[in-house]
Ligand binder design. Structure first.
Ligand code: AMP
Ligand code: ZN
Length: 686
C-alpha cells in the first residue's frame, strides 16, 4: 500500500492546458447551445471533457469554480438547503383580454398622474408636464415561457447560487442541478457587477421532451405528461447526474441588481454578459405595439421549440417601476397576458374517414362546432384506427380537443363521465369511403389503405400534392379548381395537367380568358422546376423534400435514379433500406413508368437544374441569420432552402455572420447587422 502524499504540484504547462481546455469547451458549449451550430461532434466534445476531468482529478487545485466539468453533476445530495429571496420572487397578475390589458395600463397612467400631482411642483414634474414624452410609459413585451422560475446569483462573474421560487420568500437551493444546463454560462463575459442577481425560467425544449418520451416508450416506462411538469420534477431531482442527462434549457428575463435605467438596456447588458436572454423581446411604445407583439406570437407560438402560455408586459423604466410598486403577491408594473386556451370540450357527432395520397384512411371526428383559440372547430383528427381504439372514442362521446402545433386539431381524450349510456364502440370501416373498394394493411404498419390505385381520393390528393408549393409549385391551381377539373373529366392524373388548354378552362364556370391563359402559362412554366421538386412531387413514399434533394444531387437525372439498385441507393447519405425499397418499388411499377414517360414527352425537365448543380457551392461556408416575418414561406422552409445551398443558418448575429435576411418588422438582429456592417438581404433575395 502506498502512503497518500500530497498530489504533485501541477506544472505551469499543465495549468495552461487546463485553462485552454476550459476555454475550448466553453466555446463549443456556446456554439452548440446558444448559437445552435456545433463545430465538433458530440464524441469529440466528450473527449475534451474527459481530458479536462482527468487533469482536474490529478490536480484538484486546477478545478476552478466555473469549470465546465462541474456541469456533469456531483454526488447526490440529501434534500435541499433553503435560501431567502431578497427581493422576493413574486407571481404575475393575469389578463385575458384586451379590455383587461387596457385596464391595467390605465391604472398605471392614473397612478403616475396622482403621483405627479401630489408631489410638490418640483422642476421634474414641471418638465414632465411641458414635455409629456418624458413621463410616457413604455413597455417591454416578452414571451411567458412555461417552465420553472429560478433565481441565480453570480458573484464576481461566477455562478454561485441558484434557487427555485419556492413560496416566493424561501426557495430550494438547486445550484448543482442548474449548473448542468449548458446554455447557462458558469462564468460571465465582460465586466459584470461584483454581485449580479438574475431571474429566469428553466424549461425543457419540446424536442428534448419528445426525445425523452421516445426513450421511455422504448424502455416500456410510463410517458411524461408535459414539458413543464417534467422540468419542475427534473430541477428538483436529488441526483444532478440525472439532471445532466435531460436537455434542460433556460432563459433569463430580468435582473434585480442595479445596472441600467431601463429594463430593455438591462436585457441587452445581460445578453452581453453571455446570459441566454431569448431574443424575442421587444420594446413597445404604447399599447398598440404591445398588441402587435401579442398577436404576432399568438399566431406563431407553435414555431417555437418551447411552450409559452402568454406574453409578459413590463414597464420599461425602472424609476417608474419603483413608483408603481407591488401588491403583496405581484408587481403592479408587470402583467401576464394569457393566450387563449387551446383545448375545448365538445361532442362527437360522427366519425368519418379521410383518404390521403397514399390511400391511407385517417379517422376524423365530426364535432359539434366549438370555439377554440380564435376559430370554430368542427373536425378533429383521430390519427389512425389503433389510436382511436386505444382512446375508445365513440360517436356521441364528449371529448377534449386541442389545437396544437399541427394545423389540424386533434382529439386528446374522452370525458367518460359524459358518455351516453347506449354508446357502442366504434367499428372501423371495411371499405374505402370514396370508392367502396376494400382496405388492407401491410404488416408492421398502422395505416389501413384503400387498395384501388384508381381511387378518386388518391388521384385527387396526389394532384394536390403535385402542384403544391414545394413540389411543382403551380400557383392558381387550388383545391376547388382541381375538384372542378376532375369532375369535368379534364384531369385524370397529374400527367394530364400538361394537356390542359386555355379553351378548356374558359368553358368552366367563372373563368375568364386572361386567368385561363395565366394558369396554363403557370403549368407550362412548372416543367422547368428541376429534378428535386419533381421527385418530391411524384409522392414516392418516404421521399420528402429533403431526401428528394439528396437523390437529385446524387443521381442528377431521373433516368439514372430509375435504374439505381437498392444497394446503390442505400449507399447515399440519409437513405436507408426503407427509402431504397420504396424508391425501387415506385420505379418498378409499370403504371408509374408510363406516367414518367408521358411527363418526359410533355417536356418536363428530369435532370438536376443549374441551381441544384452549383447549389452546394452558392452559399457554401456562409453563415446566414433569418430575422423578421417572412411572407412567402415559413422560417423552416427558408432555413431548408438556405441549407440546400450550403449555408449555415444561425440564430444570432455576430461578427461572424455573413448575411442577414430581414423579413417584415425585423428588429434587433437587423439593427445589430447594420451596426456590424453585415450584408443584409430581403426576402425577395431568398
Ligand atoms: P405565474 O406563475 O402564473 O404567477 O406567472 C409568473 C411566472 O411566470 C414567473 O414566476 C416566471 O416564472 C414566469 N415567467 C415566464 N416568462 C417570464 C418573463 N418573460 N418574465 C417574467 N416572468 C416570466
Ligand atoms: Zn378508395
Amino acid at each position: 500500500m502506498t502512503e497518500k502524499g500530497p498530489t504533485k504540484k501541477p506544472t505551469k504547462k499543465t495549468a495552461a492546458r487546463a485553462r485552454q481546455l476550459r476555454d475550448e469547451i466553453r466555446r463549443h458549449e456556446r456554439l452548440y447551445y446558444q448559437v445552435g451550430k456545433p463545430e465538433i461532434s458530440d464524441r469529440d466534445f466528450d473527449a475534451l471533457m474527459r481530458q479536462l476531468r482527468e487533469l482536474e482529478i490529478a490536480h484538484p487545485e486546477l478545478r476552478t469554480a466555473d469549470s465546465p466539468t462541474l456541469r456533469v453533476g456531483g454526488e447526490p445530495i440529501e434534500g435541499f438547503e433553503q435560501v431567502a429571496h431578497d427581493p422576493p420572487m413574486m407571481s404575475l397578475d393575469n389578463t385575458y383580454s384586451d379590455v383587461e390589458l387596457v385596464g391595467w395600463a390605465g391604472r398605471l397612467v392614473r397612478m403616475r398622474d396622482v403621483a405627479g400631482r401630489d408631489a410638490a411642483p418640483s422642476k421634474a414634474t414641471a418638465d414632465a408636464v411641458a414635455n409629456p414624452i418624458d413621463d410616457a410609459i413604455d413597455y417591454v413585451s416578452e414571451l411567458k415561457v412555461d417552465g420553472v422560475s429560478i433565481s441565480i446569483l453570480y458573484q464576481d462573474g461566477v455562478l454561485e447560487l441558484a434557487a427555485t421560487r419556492g413560496n416566493g420568500r424561501l426557495g430550494d437551493v438547486v445550484t448543482e442541478n442548474v449548473r448542468t444546463i449548458r446554455s447557462l454560462p458558469l462564468a460571465l463575459d465582460g465586466s459584470p457587477p461584483a454581485r449580479l442577481l438574475v431571474r429566469g425560467e428553466i424549461f425543457m425544449p419540446r424536442s428534448a421532451f419528445r426525445e425523452l418520451n421516445r426513450g421511455r416508450e422504448r424502455a416500456g416506462e410510463p410517458l411524461y405528461q408535459n414539458p413543464r411538469n417534467t422540468t419542475a420534477g427534473t430541477v428538483r431531482l436529488l441526483d444532478s447526474r440525472q439532471v445532466a442527462e435531460r436537455r434542460l434549457a433556460i432563459t433569463i428575463y430580468d435582473t434585480v441588481s442595479p445596472l441600467e435605467a431601463t429594463h430593455a438596456e438591462n436585457l441587452e447588458r445581460l445578453a452581453a454578459f453571455g446570459l441566454p436572454v431569448h431574443d424575442s423581446w421587444r420594446r413597445c411604445r404604447g399599447l398598440d405595439e404591445v398588441r402587435d407583439f401579442i398577436a404576432h406570437w399568438q399566431a406563431r407560438r407553435h414555431e417555437l421549440d418551447f411552450d409559452t402560455d402568454g406574453v409578459v408586459v413590463k414597464v420599461d423604466r425602472l424609476e417608474q417601476r419603483r413608483l408603481f410598486g407591488a401588491t403583496s403577491k405581484a408587481p403592479r408594473w408587470a402583467v401576464a397576458f394569457k393566450f387563449e386556451a387551446e383545448q375545448a370540450t365538445t361532442r362527437v357527432v360522427a366519425i368519418s374517414a379521410g383518404v390521403g395520397r397514399t390511400g391511407a384512411l385517417t379517422p376524423v371526428a365530426e364535432l359539434e362546432p366549438v370555439f377554440v383559440a380564435g376559430t370554430t372547430v368542427q373536425r378533429a383528427t383521430l390519427h389512425n384506427y389503433d389510436d382511436l381504439e386505444r382512446k375508445d372514442v365513440r360517436v356521441g362521446d364528449l371529448v377534449v380537443i386541442e389545437k396544437g402545433g399541427d394545423i389540424i386539431p386533434k382529439v386528446v381524450e374522452v370525458v367518460l363521465a359524459g358518455r351516453p349510456s347506449d354508446s357502442r364502440p366504434f367499428e372501423r370501416p371495411l371499405a374505402c369511403p370514396e370508392c367502396g373498394q376494400g382496405v388492407s394493411r401491410l404488416e408492421g404498419e398502422v395505416a389501413w389503405r384503400c387498395t384501388n390505385p384508381g381511387c378518386p381520393a388518391i388521384v385527387r390528393e396526389s394532384i394536390r400534392h403535385f402542384v403544391s408549393r414545394n413540389a411543382m409549385n403551380i400557383e392558381g391551381l387550388g383545391d376547388k379548381l382541381i375538384d372542378q377539373l376532375l369532375a369535368q373529366g379534364l384531369l385524370r392524373d397529374y400527367t394530364s395537367l400538361y394537356e390542359l388548354r386555355a379553351a378548356d378552362l374558359v368553358d368552366l364556370e367563372r373563368w375568364g380568358e386572361r386567368s385561363a391563359e395565366n394558369l396554363v402559362f403557370e403549368i407550362a412554366a412548372s416543367r422547368q422546376r428541376g429534378l428535386a421538386p419533381l421527385l418530391f412531387a411524384l409522392g414516392i413514399r418516404f421521399v420528402g423534400e429533403r431526401v428528394a434533394g439528396i437523390l437529385a444531387r446524387r443521381f442528377r437525372s431521373l433516368e439514372a435514379l430509375a435504374v439505381a439498385t437498392s444497394e446503390e441507393l442505400v449507399e447515399v447519405d440519409e437513405v436507408g433500406p426503407k427509402v431504397a425499397a420504396s424508391v425501387r418499388a415506385f420505379f418498378d411499377d409499370p403504371a408509374n413508368r408510363e406516367r414518367l414517360e408521358k411527363l418526359a414527352s410533355q417536356g418536363v425537365s428530369m435532370v438536376a437544374d443549374q441551381v441544384e448543380e452549383t447549389g452546394a457551392q452558392l452559399l457554401e461556408g456562409l453563415t446566414v441569420v433569418l430575422t423578421g416575418t417572412l411572407e412567402q414561406m415559413t422560417r423552416r422552409e427558408a432555413q431548408e432552402l438556405l441549407e440546400r445551398r450550403g449555408a449555415r443558418v444561425s440564430g444570432s448575429v455576430s461578427a461572424k455572420t455573413d448575411i442577414v435576411v430581414a423579413g417584415e418588422a425585423a428588429g434587433r438582429k437587423l439593427e445589430k447587422a447594420n451596426e456590424l456592417g453585415v450584408r443584409v438581404e430581403d426576402e425577395a433575395w431568398l
